[in-house]
Design a protein around this ligand. Structure first.
Ligand SMILES: [Zn+2]
Length: 123
């Protein structure tokens, strides 16, 4: 999708009077812009969910031991996912790929210690 098509899509979204675009569209916007963002940093790895490169997305770090932490989601994605059940699949995918020296149980425990909250929307 070209940038002008993305802008057109964004401008066509319904907004409540005096309000902003509903949150679920910001996730869709991030995904549509991901190829463009990756083109600026083709060699960087990305958030497992929105696919934005780490230079453009703040990583969320999860403590899994006294001096170790892992990251595979940006702060925005970590936040909108809301709880450990919705976050775990992304960590599992990344863990399977590259973190073979990290115990899976340590990741689960680390994620369970972090803030959880009810997500009232679906992405
Ligand atoms: Zn993200």
């Amino acid at each position: 999708m070209k940038l002008d098509e993305i802008v057109e899509w964004w401008n066509s979204l319904e907004r409540p009077v005096g309000g902003s675009v509903p949150m679920e569209y910001t996730t869709q916007l991030r995904l549509k812009l991901a190829p463009l963002m990756q083109s600026f940093y083709p060699k960087l790895s990305t958030c497992e969910r929105c696919k934005w490169p780490w230079s453009l997305a703040a990583a969320h770090y999860t403590k899994i031991g006294p001096s170790s932490e892992v990251s595979c989601l940006c702060e925005i994605c970590w936040d909108v996912l809301g709880d450990v059940k919705r976050r775990l699949p992304y960590y599992k995918k990344r863990w399977n790929g590259a973190w073979q020296n990290v115990e899976w149980r340590d990741i689960e425990l680390g994620l369970e210690r972090e803030p959880q909250y009810q997500v009232s929307y679906s992405y």
